[in-house]
Design a protein around this ligand. Structure first.
Ligand SMILES: [Zn+2]
Ligand SMILES: [Zn+2]
Length: 67
């Protein structure tokens, strides 16, 4: 599958594929091959939306030591 155009991320390299998520044309350097999406989407997914709601921390396994 060939794609015509420049990478939408770096705007310099030739795009080799398109992001499955946002449809951006991206070069090999800016695609996450594991996810099939561009690096920008990968960052978004990795960091969530950037907005933190309620931060819950439940780790009941911390006090699990018994003899
Ligand atoms: Zn690029
Ligand atoms: Zn994308």
């Amino acid at each position: 599958m060939s794609v015509d155009g420049l990478c939408q991320v770096c705007q310099s390299a030739r795009a080799e594929t398109s992001c499955d998520r946002c449809g951006n044309l991206v070069c090999e350097d800016h695609v996450d091959r594991d996810l099939g999406i561009c690096t920008e989407c990968a960052v978004e997914l990795g960091e969530g939306t950037g907005s933190r709601g309620v931060e819950e921390r439940d780790h009941p396994d911390v006090d699990g030591f018994q003899f």
